[in-house]
Design a protein around this ligand. Structure first.
Ligand SMILES: Cc1cc2nc3c(=O)[nH]c(=O)nc-3n(C[C@H](O)[C@H](O)[C@H](O)COP(=O)(O)O)c2cc1C
Length: 196
């Protein structure tokens, strides 16, 4: 089956691109608004783009009405965000934070998560996350109806039991999950690991 993009509707293209570019890591992005309200939402159009210094990308589409999502607005207003890694035990809470709450709603409270202070940015971190990356906005690029943000890491936190002092991360202890299409997720540990 082939789909000529200019003849294919948006919903089909969304299903295709999110169905075949799999699994995608999830950047669970915490930010703070200009008014001081904490915000947390997951984004699977997310990846690492450089290692030294570490730079990550996250892409936040506009809402259907053309307005920016709270995450995009907060990153543009403050120039900062934190990437939190979703481990298996946090999957259901992560899904709660993906609901479209109004800007004055703090998703940490909605999902029963604990905000903790970051060391280098004002945006909060998710205390329960086993790994987190505090970022300053390096570049913002508009790509059609999407905001592509490049964030330069200022600090990388990994729980002591998950990594050694030289940065070797144990996937069995991180227990990260990735996204495949249609509400399905994959484990980046255990029997899912193939060695080649
Ligand atoms: C696992 C997962 C991945 C998602 N990935 C994206 C994404 O890459 N880009 C996007 O714009 N929305 C994505 N969403 C939807 C946002 O999380 C959702 O629109 C959220 O309400 C945005 O919140 P905010 O307005 O607080 O920023 C994803 C949702 C889930 C559950």
């Amino acid at each position: 089956m082939e789909f000529l993009v200019k003849e294919t509707d948006g919903d089909t293209l969304f299903r295709l691109i999110t169905g075949i570019v799999v699994p995608r890591p999830i950047g669970w992005i915490s930010t703070v608004s200009r008014e001081g309200v904490y915000n947390l939402a997951p984004f699977s159009f997310f990846n690492a783009v450089n290692d030294c210094p570490p730079v990550v990308m996250v892409s936040v589409s506009d809402r259907d009405d053309g307005s920016p999502k709270d995450t995009a607005r907060n990153i543009l207003d403050t120039g900062e965000f934190v990437v939190n890694i979703v481990s298996e035990d946090l999957l259901e809470k992560m899904v709660i934070t993906s609901e479209e709450f109004p800007p004055e709603v703090d998703e940490f409270k909605k999902a029963g998560l604990t905000p903790e202070s970051s060391k280098t940015v004002k945006a909060p971190r998710v205390k329960e996350a086993r790994a987190k990356i505090e970022c300053r906005l390096l570049k913002h690029i508009r790509v059609y109806d999407t905001n592509l943000f490049l964030g330069e890491a200022q600090l990388i936190y990994v729980a002591d039991h998950v990594a050694d002092g030289e940065g070797r991360v144990d996937p069995e202890k991180l227990r990260a999950v990735g996204r495949i299409g249609g509400g399905m997720y994959v484990k980046a540990f255990g029997d899912s690991i193939l060695r080649a």
